[in-house]
Write a protein that binds this ligand. Sequence first.
Ligand code: J2J
Length: 539
Amino acid sequence: MRPLEQIWPAEFAARYREEGYWRGETFTSFLRARAAAMPDRLAVVGGERRWSFAELEARAERLARGLLALGLRPGDRVVVQLPNIPEFLSVVFGLFRARLIPVYALPAHRSVEIVHFARTAQARGYIVADRHDGFDYRALAEEVRGEVPELAHVVVVGEAGPFVALDALPDGDAATLPGDADPSEVAFLQISGGSTGLSKLIPRTHDDYIYSFRASAEICGLDASSVYLAALPVAHNFPMSSPGVFGALYAGSRVVLAPSPSPEAAFPLIAREGVTMTGLVPPLALLWLQAAPTTPHDLSSLQVLQVGGAKFLPESARRVRPVLGCTLQQVFGMAEGLVNYTRLDDPEEVIVTTQGRPISPDDEVLILDDEGVPVPEGEAGNLLTRGPYTIRAYHANDGANARAFTPDGFYRTGDVVKRTAEGYLVVQGRAGDHINRAGEKISAEEIEDHLLGHASVFDAAVVSLPDDFLGERSCAFIIAQGERPKAAALKAWMRSRGLADFKVPDQIVFVDAFETTAVGKVSRKELRASLRRRFLAQM
Ligand code: J2J
């Protein structure tokens, strides 16, 4: 199959190969190598199921044959929306084996998001669980298929309803399986946090992604004796690849899948499986710190707790070692590429006060002022980056590509950072207007667009407000037309639009008018900033 347009200029690709970052491995080739070298070693634990490396590979192979027998063709995109269950891994390795391209959706996504991913990726398949967390994904699939009839094949893990059960895929013939992918091909589409407007699709190649999690596993000290707990939803880039489930399997470690990241679900698993490492977003880390002192479960196997996705404040970071008895690792990453880690042997002060330094010696980092001029050392500026695992373009999105990348291929992260003399980054904030709600990124613009669809909303501006628990919460300032709707009714209406729950505004504030300047016009950005300022000043 032709690459889905993720292309580094030839001289960069050549250098990344020469330096040994890109080694020509694929997802299929690395799983095959582990299954051959350590067939009986336990690879995946989820619920009551325990699969060895050989079993994971055999399942992937069977699924690959079945999915092709169903009518999918190599190169087709398949939206995967699965919770933390072992099938997440057999399905994606099965897709890789059949050279189908997964598009990763989160369990929290609903019809608006899934329709958008399916259309943008021109997907022909959709794989869901029957139910999870009280929600029926088969009903969602019916709704999505009503809007995107091209989504010809819906496969369900569990009770299939009107669709095909994963367990009942046709047998398929081994001879139909294609040869292994070209490692420089796009392996899957990851989704962006959606900092402006709808989420964008992020094409990642075998070469670049495998480098990022192989190097991550090394930085995190994973080996065959490690046990990695996937606590956050594995479709997120962080628990997927930093080092995540893939880094762990690459290193021959065991992956344990937690149905929820809550202490109630995760602590017994840590004790039972001897978990050595896991990753959390800051609000969950706070919950763990609160619950750990009185838990009856033995957490002493835990060596490393990673925290990332949003800023972990030093006061909280300082408590990790004394309370949990393990090393904190701060992780500042993005699905577009660049990932920074504090190193396990860094001095405590560096671990607590910085968000780490890049994985690769070839991660190029620029910190520029608004005019594009490098800021003096130690001062805050806009972070731009380019390197062996940072994308050069989004999938099929010329507008976003023109905004997000410089002509020489640097990705504008939208983050405002400082760099210490030792090369560690400290996140200060961001240039854009999205809300980082407990690690979930929400585009102000996307939510405003939805609100404007309500008959009683004349205008809306969505901003982030500081929140003790979430880090940031979303607040919609609304000018009503006619009678003011009740906030609860407006939230329920947002939900009924088929939007992920985390995007529904946490708070709604009605105002009579938005500020205008003498010229009568204020940019959305200035408007949001001034609404936030005025609101916070009144508190
Ligand atoms: C402050 N902001 C942070 C941190 C991410 C590893 C870890 C996280 C992500 C992720 C990821 C932050 N402090 N420690 O993909 O592989 C904010 C920044 C960044 C954006 C990216 C990974 N860690 N952030 O969170 O694509 O604003 O990836 O640009 O979801 O999260 O979001 P996302």
